[in-house]
Design a protein. Structure first.
Ligand SMILES: [Zn+2]
Length: 228
């Protein structure tokens, strides 16, 4: 496992989320973006509205992940899994985004009907113009849950498809990065079914990311939340 430090310094304790915007002009400008993340997803009311609407052509998401070699790196107070092929993609609304980074927050940053999950995985994708789409996956521990990888000291093979829960529904909204600089717009895809990961693996993860790395909920400010 590799460690890198970030400049300027920020964290989740003495230089925590309520101080990020004061750390440097770049962070301050990013914080001025109106639609910040994470937010609460009012799943019950979105699902009810959805059922009462006539059938519409929905947004489409397609993942094109495959078994790749990932390098585990600790930075920005999380474990990041960096793919080495740079050829894994998703297509969302006919736009292709490349998988750049997978990292994990504990506990979850977004909430579903105010429910927090033990972990939230972020799969960060960018297109050729640098625009980002992040898929968020809520995780619950389960003794028989999926074991993503066992050795954090070296590169490992993983098919990111195996991190996805059954893709039943998702919520799409426009927000920001949740770590400094918290700039937007970022296209968020919040999967509404959780994934079960191995309980021992979750414990091992908490040992290497010992301090919670979650930004508090941000105001939704009436922005559209699209349920598919
Ligand atoms: Zn994240």
């Amino acid at each position: 496992m590799f460690n890198t430090t970030t400049h300027p310094q920020w964290n989740y304790t003495n230089l925590g989320p309520n101080k990020w915007a004061t750390i440097c002009p770049r962070f301050s400008v990013a914080d001025n973006y109106q639609y910040q993340s994470p937010i609460n997803i009012p799943l019950d009311s979105l699902a009810n509205q959805h059922q009462s609407m006539p059938a519409i052509t929905g947004s489409s998401i397609e993942t094109n992940y495959f078994q790749d070699i990932f390098k585990p790196v600790i930075f920005n107070h999380s474990l990041h899994l960096l793919p080495t092929s740079h050829k894994q993609t998703i297509t969302f609304n006919q736009i292709t985004y490349r998988l750049d980074d997978i990292h994990i927050h504990r506990p979850s940053e977004h909430t579903l009907d105010k429910q927090t999950f033990p972990l939230e995985i972020h799969l960060v994708h960018r297109n050729d113009f640098g625009q980002a789409t992040v898929i968020a996956i809520f995780v619950q521990p389960n003794q028989d849950g999926f074991l993503p990888f066992s050795n954090l000291s070296q590169a490992f093979k993983l098919d990111a498809t195996l991190l996805l829960p059954p893709l039943a529904h998702y919520v799409n909204y426009i927000g920001s990065l949740t770590t400094p600089p918290t700039k937007g717009p970022i296209n968020w895809i919040i999967l509404t079914t959780h994934k079960s990961l191995s309980t021992p693996w979750l414990s091992a993860f908490k040992a290497i990311v010992p301090i919670p790395n979650t930004r508090p909920l941000q105001p939704t400010l009436g922005r559209p939340l699209n349920y598919y």
